[in-house]
Design a protein around this ligand. Structure first.
Ligand code: PLP
Length: 462
């Protein structure tokens, strides 16, 4: 019998962990690469439901849905079948203008039913960073096509994360993502976040939510409204902020300001989309509609890389009416990959059939409720959440809200304590982030909360 293709690359089969890690260290570059974080990496070999299993056979509860994306849990046969069916019928075909295929059209139709009603048409990318770039370029294209090319600046927020391409990193409001890569792309500004626990304003005439939103107006007036194309924001700040839930009056005011000064509002729902916060898309919580919606992660539950943007009817009209030489000249080889689209359709089918969006609302409330006992803990500054997205911010001094000094290692020790108890998640600085799969059971919600409480008590000694 001939050797199956791929057999020759199975150098890791039967190898010990140290042999595997040696090969990894030599030849693999990881996101946010640094050897200090990679001396004894976990080698993951399988996943089922809420659990991931490592090379030694130890199982862990996936408290962050992989990277905030595996909404329907690991090992779902429906998604494996959808990918395999699609690979058998049409593995790849371009979706560039002049070409199309059924999975892409069906996915766009499905999304049209689920997203904000003003969003009319969709463009598919491979993930969230290129979705951010697509949004930014689309906003600039829109104003340029309307005879206003000087409207190109993008305003975003400190503590936001929008991705790691040049454009997305420039929009990102965390300095570390740009520090070692030379100058940021031109035309990006960052205002303070509506961070209820830490936002300070000298204004007493309005609520903190309005004061935070009005920072956008101040920035627009400083720069000149004629120079600003769009405001981009995550409805709940995840990877940069450690789950920051804005006050209820923040986004309605933001929408008003965008309308007043002719800015497009881009909602980055890479983390918050597809039910993570208990609504299909998170600005629904506040009755606000964006002009551009961007998504990734949960659309395929991570089984295939896919992201995208949805644009309003007004933007689609401009795209359709410009002359062909001034077209929206943007695209990726794997845009609207047929396999990604087929997996997304099946994944959305599961979210709908199993009522996972409603489930996220209910179980998220249960999770935050279980964690609320921590509010009286001397080192828990705040417990916050929306749907199955929660953050627990630890502080050195509760009264003053004082952070631990940098280098205290508290965040890392908490992460290790969680891991030792079998819970995988991310701790951003000293904020424990939780975003379990939407299929999490009540028992597992309680288990996760219990592990978090125990780990905090162990590390803080209080
Ligand atoms: N936008 C947000 C809000 C994100 O959380 C992320 C990733 O975590 C991105 C964009 C970038 O997505 P990706 O890592 O798929 O490029």
């Amino acid at each position: 019998m001939s050797k199956p293709y791929g057999a020759e690359v199975k150098v890791t089969e039967g190898a010990t962990k140290s042999e595997i890690v040696l090969q990894d260290n030599r030849h693999l570059i990881h996101p946010q690469h640094h050897p200090s974080d990679h001396r004894d990496p976990e080698v993951w070999v399988s996943g089922k439901g809420l659990e991931l299993t490592n090379l030694e056979g130890k199982q862990y509860l996936d408290g962050l849905s992989g990277m905030w994306n595996v909404y329907v849990g690991h090992g779902r046969q429906e998604l494996i079948d959808a990918a395999s069916r699609q690979l058998k019928s049409l593995d790849f075909a371009t979706a560039y203008a002049g070409s199309t295929h059924r999975p892409a059209i069906e996915l766009a139709q499905t999304l049209k039913r689920l997203v904000y009603p003003n969003i009319e048409a969709f463009y598919f990318t491979l993930g969230g960073s290129d979705a951010t770039d697509s949004s930014i370029r689309t906003a600039r294209f829109y104003w340029g096509s309307k005879g206003r090319p000087e409207k190109f600046k993008i305003i975003s927020r400190k503590l936001s994360y929008h991705g790691s391409t040049i454009g997305a990193a420039a929009a990102t409001g965390v300095e570390e993502f740009s520090r070692v890569f030379g100058p940021r792309a031109n035309g990006f500004l960052h205002i303070d976040s509506p961070y209820p626990y830490r936002f300070v304003t000298a204004r007493s005439d309005v609520s903190p939510g309005i004061a935070a939103a009005d920072l956008l107006e101040e920035a627009i007036l400083r720069e000149g409204a004629d120079t600003v194309a769009a405001f981009i924001a995550e409805p709940v700040q995840g990877g940069g902020g450690g789950v920051i839930v804005p006050p209820d009056d923040y986004f309605p005011r933001i929408r008003e300001i965008c309308d007043r000064y002719d800015l497009l509002l881009i909602s980055d729902e890479v983390i918050t989309g597809f039910g993570r916060t208990g609504k299909w898309f998170a600005l629904e919580h506040w009755g606000v509609k964006p002009d551009i919606l961007q998504f990734a992660k949960g659309i395929t539950s991570g089984y295939f890389p896919l992201g995208g943007i949805g644009v309003s009817g007004a933007i689609k009209e401009v795209m359709d009416s410009v002359s062909s030489d001034l077209r929206w000249m943007h695209g990726y080889t794997c845009s609207a990959h047929p396999v990604g689209c087929a997996v997304a359709i099946a994944n959305i089918g599961i979210l709908e059939d199993e009522g996972l969006v409603e489930r996220s609302a209910g179980l998220g409330a249960r999770l935050v409720d279980k964690l609320h006992g921590l509010n009286s803990h001397p080192h828990v500054g705040e417990v916050r959440g929306l749907g199955l997205l929660a953050g627990i911010e630890l502080v050195a001094d509760k009264g003053a809200g004082e952070r631990y000094p940098s280098g205290s290692g508290v965040g890392r020790r908490v992460r290790d304590a969680l891991f030792a108890r079998g819970l995988l998640t991310r701790v951003l600085d000293e904020t424990i982030c939780l975003a379990p799969p939407l299929v999490v059971s009540e028992e597992d919600v309680d288990r996760i909360a219990g592990i978090v409480i125990d780990a905090i008590i162990e590390v803080t000694g209080a």
